[in-house]
Design a protein around this ligand. Structure first.
Ligand SMILES: O=C(O)c1cc(=O)[nH]c(=O)n1[C@@H]1O[C@H](COP(=O)(O)O)[C@@H](O)[C@H]1O
Length: 233
């Protein structure tokens, strides 16, 4: 797995998604399938997009008791996705259970990463609403260390935290970073954001980009701008 741009296909149904992907003639971007699309279309949408040759990050952010997460991951393990996730706040026993559930009988499994603090969460809200007093980068790093101890491959975090996480968990521990906006663009509901160029500087392994591409007048050009800024391509 190398560095790449992952497009968040946050669409309501299969038709809109496939029409969108058809715009990328001859290219097969790495795509993320999240709750909106998966809940609407079920596992078939994963098979369909995989069959078209895309790598897939299935983003369902599991967070439940260990037994439930283990069984849910076992159900997902046969889908052929390349990457999937849980919430680190489920604690280490839940993450270990997720890993067990995801591992196929032959020992293979998709990449498993843990969401630290959502990129829509600010320091202020975390403190006031979640009653977590430590500085946000420290919380995120501590969750990352916990995910690493559980045997996971990396975390979802803001690019702003990627450097600190690599320092503490090692360069090989993956940082998958949403919260990406082009310079000067609206943050929408995101809080901890930066540009693809800055994400590169800060050491992100993968950037996850939704609306800046999906809502662009020219999504292919917006995707190419991400590749240029993040990968020098
Ligand atoms: O796990 C994720 O992918 C995720 C974690 C997180 O902390 N923040 C976050 O925005 N995401 C996802 O990344 C995508 C970001 O979308 P945009 O804000 O439209 O670029 C959405 O599909 C979110 O569900």
């Amino acid at each position: 797995m190398g560095k790449d741009v992952i497009i968040a296909c946050d669409f309501p149904n299969k038709k809109t998604t496939l029409d969108f992907l058809d715009k990328f003639t001859g290219r097969k971007p790495f795509v993320k399938i999240g709750m909106e699309l998966f809940y609407a279309e079920g596992p078939d949408i994963v098979r369909e997009i995989k069959g078209r040759g895309h790598q897939i990050f299935l983003d369902l952010k599991l967070h439940d008791i260990p037994n439930t997460v283990e069984k849910a991951m076992a159900s997902l393990s046969g889908l052929g996705v390349d990457m999937t996730n849980v919430h680190a706040a489920g604690t280490r026993d839940m993450m270990e259970a997720a890993l067990r559930g995801l591992t196929r009988p032959d020992g293979s499994r998709p990449i498993l990463i843990a969401v630290t603090q959502l990129t829509s969460t600010s320091q202020e809200r975390m403190q006031k609403e979640l009653l977590i007093d430590a500085p946000l980068p420290q919380v995120v790093t501590s969750y990352a260390q916990n995910a690493k101890a559980a045997g996971l491959d990396g975390v979802v975090c803001s690019p702003l935290e990627a450097g600190t996480i690599h320092e503490s968990c090692g360069r090989g521990f993956m940082t998958v970073t949403p919260g990406i906006r082009f310079a000067g663009a609206a943050a929408d509901d995101q809080s901890r954001i930066t540009t693809p160029a800055k994400a590169k500087e800060m050491g992100s392994d993968y950037i996850v980009v939704g609306r800046p591409i999906t809502k662009a007048d020219d999504p292919v050009a917006a995707y190419e701008r991400c590749l240029t800024e993040f990968l020098d391509q």
